[in-house]
Design a protein around this ligand. Sequence first.
Ligand code: NAI
Length: 332
Amino acid sequence: MVKDSMFKVIMTDSQRLENVDIEREIIERAGAKFVAETCETEDDVIARCQDADVLLCVGIPTTRRVMEALKKCRAIVRYGIGVDTVDIPAATEAGICVANVPDFCWDEVADTAMSLLLAVARKVVLLNNLVKKGVWSRLPAKPIYKFRGQTLGIIGFGHIGRAFYKRAIAFGFKVIAYDPYVFKESLHGYAVELVSLDQLLRTSDIISIHTPLTPETRGLIGEAELRKMKPTAYLINTGRGPVVNGKALYKALKEGWIAGAGLDVMEKEPPDPNDPLLTLDNIVITPHYASYTEEAYHEVKVKVAENAVHVLTYGYPKYWVNPEVKPKMRKF
Ligand code: NAI
């Protein structure tokens, strides 16, 4: 049970979910109050969440301004793995714990990355569109090369990168990876070679991005990097949109520096309707849905609610993104 029945957990942007029944059930059963808000902006959060002890957020940016305005707030829990919507240094300075759900949807995102790879490199979407227009021919698919024996480069060899690795090995790819933060001891049992980004770009037939969005990875793949790739290569991104420069990607796809791309994430979401990437035949795009299955969304809701109850029971979350906040945490 939570320490005080007056504790309040506010879900800031519940309009982004089908319902919040699971979160409400778990939090109220633990003895705290639960409120579902439908904020669209920072100002909405500041106006409507003043008495929150814990905020639960899907996509709303939790900025320094929000944290300074919400004097009671002790924790921010993000629905998901990525915490790029939360200003973590600001939270730490303000004495607020940040939590996420780092251990769900690994299979889902890896499956989506493989689906995008197959859709674009096996030309599934291109041919599907042509068949529906009355064209029954395999010629527009040319050229397609055999996957077995090709080199697949993974950028970011964490949980999802490794889940994707297993699928890639099953297809017969030789796997290389770029990840400057991986301990080579953790690669025991993986048939993967760690290489520089330069080598990965120049030698891969397929590149799949699985990094978080950080100041270091923002724009990691721009014009210079795309120009290093093989003209027959494909780029898959299920990490975060701003890791790839969209303008440079358009030029690369239009001018044939690379053969194609598959994206689940874009620089701006949703994209502008006149984004030129949407006009190309050699790109397949899905709407940032890679984490989705019924099972994964159930799991993330349970774990978000557990995080909130953990904060209100023990003073810190179950999955703690900024443990360095410990000495200056806001007091109950
Ligand atoms: P993780 O933390 O297990 O792995 C991330 C890996 O990226 C780590 O090994 C880390 O060392 C590496 N990395 C960090 N900075 C790097 C850099 N500059 N260059 C190369 N590698 C770098 O995280 P996980 O679970 O594998 O998730 C990865 C990302 O996938 C998340 O941060 C999130 O942005 C994205 N994601 C996307 C989803 C979607 O719906 N499209 C759903 C879930 C996650």
